[in-house]
Design a protein around this ligand. Structure first.
Ligand SMILES: C[S@@+](CC[C@H](N)C(=O)[O-])C[C@H]1O[C@@H](n2cnc3c(N)ncnc32)[C@H](O)[C@@H]1O
Length: 172
């Protein structure tokens, strides 16, 4: 392999994996087997559910959610990951991906559950966004957090590295 090609590959990898390193959680996909367990034991996902994945990576969370009959929307900042997940989910009309910033996403009114696999830096900002959306929609949203507990919030359920929270609307 020539030096030039190696340089291009390294730059592509940096763009692919490091795109959000300075803006939010880096790309690390959730594990399929653990997701299936979480959607059975932590929050039994049903056909009536609509899941919003904040920072949807390669779309694996939505793909597994669809095995349970649920619908969903993912928002992903990295354009390459957004494209890959759109291709991956193209045969699922009940799933969609938006390329953009999760903090600018208005949740669809049918949203019942939100999934995050963020990092400790921005988890509280994400929860504030989910709280604002629950207030706007005027209904309770379930929030599944992979790997991180939310400081100041008590989980209503826990399974392995997954924590379940209820975000109730606050009427001001
Ligand atoms: C740890 S990965 C999780 C991916 C997927 N949710 C999963 O569990 O497999 C976090 C993802 O969030 C994306 N991300 C980080 N900050 C974001 C932001 N402000 N808006 C949208 N996506 C963001 C990253 O690009 C990355 O793909």
């Amino acid at each position: 392999m020539s030096f030039e090609i190696a340089k291009i590959i390294v730059v592509c990898l940096i763009v692919f994996l490091g795109f959000t390193a300075f803006t939010g959680a880096p790309y690390v996909p959730s594990m399929k087997k653990e997701l299936r367990q979480a959607f059975k034991k932590l929050y039994p996902l049903k056909k009536k559910d609509f899941l919003v994945d904040l920072g949807s990576g390669d779309g694996v969370v939505l793909k597994i959610a669809s095995e349970f009959g649920a619908s969903g929307l993912g928002v992903e900042l990295n354009p390459l990951l957004a494209l890959i997940s759109k291709i991956r989910l193209r045969k699922h009309p009940n799933l969609s991906i938006k390329n953009g910033n999760l903090f600018k996403l208005d949740f669809p009114k049918e949203t019942t559950v939100v999934y995050i696999f963020g990092d400790s830096r921005d988890i509280l900002d994400i929860v504030i966004h989910v709280q604002n959306q629950a207030n706007k929609l005027g209904k309770k949203l379930f929030l599944i957090s992979n790997a991180f507990m939310i400081p100041g919030y008590e989980p209503v359920n826990q399974h392995r590295s997954y924590f379940l929270y209820e975000i109730k609307p606050v009427i001001s």
